[in-house]
Design a protein around this ligand. Structure first.
Ligand SMILES: Cc1cc2nc3c(=O)[nH]c(=O)nc-3n(C[C@H](O)[C@H](O)[C@H](O)COP(=O)(O)OP(=O)(O)OC[C@H]3O[C@@H](n4cnc5c(N)ncnc54)[C@H](O)[C@@H]3O)c2cc1C
Ligand code: FES
Length: 292
């Protein structure tokens, strides 16, 4: 695919910062690796040449290790914090296990940013509701940080987060900060508590009871989580008469190339790696296979 097509594929914060070819991994240095849970680690990275990643919230990169392989990972930090970028990686198989073995100072290959993220200019001036489930908090965090860093551009900011179990809660420092931030209406829950859990129990949709009435004319919603969550969250959102074109969902599909060549990510007639992973609900409805 020509470089221009990738650039046109989505809102990219700094087009000048894009790598020369979407096929060529660029060297990036691992600055630090922190464990978030037993399964997820947070990687701080910077390009060897010092350039900013230049992404939009919701975009992803392909991360590669020479001789091992490559996998798509969402960018979990905001472009408003451009000195470095962060990836939250769950150990799932061959490539992610090898990534978990890395330490500060090691190098990886990065292609991207790829895909279509959130067009944040569409969100300016609106009330924002973000609903994140499980590992979906990783891509959601890029948008959350963006809203917090650009807080004056937005109206009310509601954030709902659900995890299966307290041991699976991601970004605990952030959770505390969001809870204590008067500019964020933050609620979280777990499906199954442990002995020490004092918070809410129930699936993420139970948190909708905590929300004040939403103004359907002013509210934009982002839903980021496992496909099983979408249906139930969308029922809550649509019951509040939010227009379908202002409800955004981030979709995870199997991906290989990330640039519209291999067809691995195809849902109906769409390559999710190019047109997505962020779609409006109106568009997603046409891709029923993607959410069923
Ligand atoms: C757009 C996008 C964004 C993603 N963002 C993140 C992220 O922020 N953090 C994160 O930890 N993971 C993310 N993933 C999932 C991640 O890409 C997979 O976990 C990874 O490709 C597994 O590679 P592996 O070589 O370690 O596993 P493999 O050895 O290839 O497989 C191990 C297991 O993982 C499953 N798997 C393989 N590929 C995928 C895939 N693409 N999606 C889901 N399951 C897969 C396999 O079915 C198998 O059960 C994202 C995927 C996509 C498409
Ligand atoms: S991942 Fe290859 S076409 Fe989308």
């Amino acid at each position: 695919m020509p470089r221009e097509s990738v650039l046109e594929a989505g809102p990219v914060a700094d087009i000048g910062a894009m790598a020369a070819s979407p096929y060529l991994p660029e060297a990036a240095r691992v600055l630090s690796v922190r464990s978030l849970t037993a399964m997820e680690r947070l990687f701080d990275l910077e390009f060897a040449d010092g350039r900013a990643l230049g992404h939009a919230p919701g975009q992803f990169v392909q991360v590669s290790l020479l001789g091992i392989g490559e996998c798509p990972i969402s960018i979990c930090s905001s472009p408003t914090r451009p000195q470095r970028f962060q990836l939250c990686i769950r150990k799932a198989g061959v490539v992610t296990a090898a990534l978990h073995a890395l330490r500060g100072g090691d190098m990886v290959g990065i292609r991207g940013p790829l895909g279509r993220g959130f067009d944040v200019s569409e969100l300016h001036g609106k009330d924002v509701l973000i609903v994140a489930g499980g590992l979906g908090l990783a891509p959601a965090r890029s948008l959350i940080q963006y809203v917090i860093d650009e807080r004056a551009r937005f109206g009310a900011f509601h954030l709902l987060y659900g995890a299966k179990h307290p041991s699976e809660l991601l970004f605990r420092e952030d959770l505390h900060a969001w809870r204590d931030d008067p500019a964020v209406d933050f609620h979280m829950t777990v499906d199954r508590p442990d002995e020490g859990w004092r918070g809410r129990v129930g699936v993420v949709t139970t948190l909708f009871r905590e929300l004040p009435p939403l103004d359907p004319q002013r509210t934009v919603v982002a839903v980021i989580g496992p496909p099983v969550m979408f249906k139930f969250v969308l029922l809550e959102v649509l019951a509040r008469r939010i227009p379908q074109g202002r409800v955004y969902c981030s979709l995870e599909r199997r991906m290989k190339c990330g640039v519209g060549k291999c067809g691995h990510c195809q849902a109906n007639d769409v390559y999710v790696c190019q047109e997505g992973p962020v779609f409006t609900y109106g568009r997603l409805k046409a891709l029923r296979e993607a959410i069923e």
